[in-house]
Design a protein around this ligand. Structure first.
Ligand code: 9MR
Ligand code: ZN
Length: 593
């Protein structure tokens, strides 16, 4: 083959309008770069070590991106099938570098799972496992019951900090452990890594070792009646501190309201409030999803820890019974913060989906038809049977039911139909999206998909697609899944890779207290940022520090551009356990192919 010569006048400057997956493309996969604006002529794929062009081709015709109202062109180098490190050269500059690899998602998957270890609460993170991100143990304080402060839960330790804050919430936990245990059950090859965590030496796969750290804490959140407390946290969000410096005395606002509160509760005093966390009330959302999560745990841990598995099964049944009995109890079950709690709400006005999911998992684990009956009954209720996530968990339930070998054929066909409808819908969005992902542009609907946590909105849709792919044994969704992951990894309107520690222009300043206050330059690696958020009422606020928002024309910013890599913008740049798990669930699937 004769040498390909790049014209002399081609610029060597990085041009961010050339968007690539900054981590890696699979060697045999579809490989496309997306160029925004008026690029012309021939583009080259160049070897990053030799700076020699290895492939050339013309750009596609203009494609209209209806989300951001711009024209883009595609540079398709799928034909080129050699592993290595590359970049794209054009007349108007070069792209960030990326790899072509036969294992494109492995390292990042591993890091995204390991990120949960870095969220561990209650134990010290030792240097051996955490390196420079080590810190001492944290938050091992008892908690009082918000509805009755004389009732104290002595041990609510363990689990992961939910996000950039240090609260521990059950509903997002339910999704996170679901993603982990399903990844293990269905795509084991895709998550079979040594994570270098304290339990790595045992016989249990590390993905399950890590999930168990959360499950052990979750069990402490169940009350004697089977109901599960929605969350445990300090009274208000922690200040600017590392986890081990979060001392309770600073997490309570002593003011007129607290004086009033103390008057109402003569049994307790200021000292008590300075030494206790708060256990929020039971919610049906938390309880239904907990039943599901524990029923899965009963299945997957059976061969490693039979006693633990039994305990999980008992907990699942008790939670399910409580949720089922109270499911029609109305408004009183809708979760809202009760004073003195002011941390993350994770409210949800519909809990049928969580209970539906609980019924499906219990049926899958036990084979007991009683759960199938209840599942069938709940299937008739009005809620989405396809969505994955921390708020909407009907999709988890539908998937679980369709995986049951002894499921009723007719009902299964109906449930499967819902799953496929969801996947086809996402595929339609993908097929008309010039940036090649499943995020809705908002045309012909009320709102676009660029809301708080949009990156997880996307990976949750992929979760639905994966269910459809798995159940119908098709690879028809795989391009949409891979291309959407490329969006998360940098092939987007602002060339932003949303995973810390990966890619070139990656998230450096997540709203994540440990990353902000540990004195280490680089953020904790493997964290997935929430992503662009187009909702006007959630724009960064002047009072939080206007300096960092200067230069961004928010009024005219198109949806996929509404992101800033600034640590105080939690509406675009926070991280959470369930956004991480939703993403590595997808890469686990891709790894297993
Ligand atoms: O992800 C949540 C988002 O949908 C809500 O609009 C927002 C405000 O209630 O809260 C987000 O969840 C946060 C939670 O309340 C506390 N931990 C961090 C979560 C992610 O930002
Ligand atoms: Zn902690």
């Amino acid at each position: 083959m004769s040498e390909i010569i790049i014209p002399e006048n081609y610029s060597k400057e990085v041009n961010q309008e050339i968007a690539v997956n900054q981590i890696a493309y699979g060697v045999n996969d579809k490989k496309i770069a997306i160029l925004k604006g008026d690029f012309e002529g021939i583009c080259y794929l160049c070897d990053a070590n030799t700076n020699k062009a290895v492939f050339e081709t013309k750009l596609s015709l203009n494609k209209f991106d209806s989300t951001n109202l711009v024209y883009v062109k595609h540079f398709d180098f799928s034909e080129f099938k050699q592993t290595g490190k590359y970049y794209i050269a054009t007349e108007k500059g070069v792209s960030y570098p990326f790899e072509i690899s036969d294992k494109p998602y492995e390292e990042v998957t591993k890091a995204m799972i390991k990120a949960l270890y870095f969220q561990r609460c209650g134990m010290a993170l030792e240097e051996k496992y955490a390196g420079e991100y080590k810190h001492g143990e944290c938050h091992n304080f008892p908690a009082f019951d918000v509805t009755d402060p004389t009732r104290v839960f002595e041990d609510v330790s363990g689990g992961w900090h939910d996000a950039g804050d240090y609260g521990k919430y059950i509903t997002p936990a339910n999704q996170t452990v679901f993603n982990m245990m399903y990844a293990y059950e269905l795509f084991n090859k895709g998550v079979d890594f040594d994570l270098n965590i304290p339990e790595s030496e045992n016989e249990v796969p590390d993905i399950l070792n890590e999930a168990k750290y959360e499950l052990d804490w979750m069990l402490k959140m169940q009350d004697d009646n089977g109901g599960v407390h929605h969350k445990v946290s300090t009274s208000v969000f922690a200040g600017n501190v590392m986890p081990d410096d979060d001392k309770l005395e600073n997490d309570f606002n002593f003011n007129e309201k607290s004086e009033e509160y103390l008057k109402q509760h003569p049994e307790i005093d200021e000292e008590f409030l300075k030494t206790h966390q708060v256990m929020s009330q039971i919610s049906l959302t938390a309880t239904g999803g907990f039943a599901a999560a524990m029923a899965i745990a009963a299945r997957v841990y059976k061969k490693f820890y039979p006693d633990f598995a039994n305990k999980c099964l008992e907990a699942a049944k008790r939670a399910f019974d409580f949720a089922y009995e109270n499911k029609d109890g109305g408004k009183k079950w809708e979760f809202n913060n009760i004073y003195p709690v002011g941390t993350g709400v994770y409210g949800d006005s519909c809990w049928y989906d969580e209970i539906y999911w609980g019924a499906a998992e219990l049926f899958r684990t036990t084979g007991d038809k009683i759960y199938e009956q209840k599942f069938a009954e709940l299937f008739k209720e009005k809620f989405s049977k396809t969505l994955f996530g921390a708020y909407h968990q009907g999709g988890h339930g539908s998937f679980a039911y369709c995986l049951c070998e002894n499921a009723d054929k007719q009902l299964k066909a109906k449930v499967l139909n819902e799953i496929i409808k969801g996947a086809e819908n996402a595929l339609t969005i993908y097929n008309r999206n010039a940036y090649l992902n499943c995020l809705h542009d908002g045309v012909n609907s009320n709102e676009n998909d660029y809301y708080w946590g949009s990156n997880a909105g996307l990976t949750n849709k992929l979760g639905n697609m994966i269910s459809a792919a798995y159940l119908t044994k098709t690879d028809k969704y795989d391009n949409a899944i891979r291309d959407s992951i490329s969006y998360i990894f940098g092939r987007n309107y602002i060339s932003q890779c949303y995973v810390t520690g990966f890619g070139t222009k990656s998230t450096k300043n997540p709203h994540h207290r440990p990353s902000m206050f540990d004195g280490v330059d680089e953020p904790v690696p493997g964290l997935v940022a929430g992503g662009p958020n187009d909702r006007k009422w959630e724009r960064p606020r002047k009072q939080d520090g206007v300096k960092q928002t200067e230069g961004i024309d928010w009024e005219n910013m198109p949806p996929a551009g509404c992101y800033i890599d600034w640590e105080w913008n939690w509406t675009t740049n926070e991280i959470t356990i369930y956004w991480n798990s939703s993403c590595f669930y997808v890469t686990a699937y891709l790894n297993s192919k």
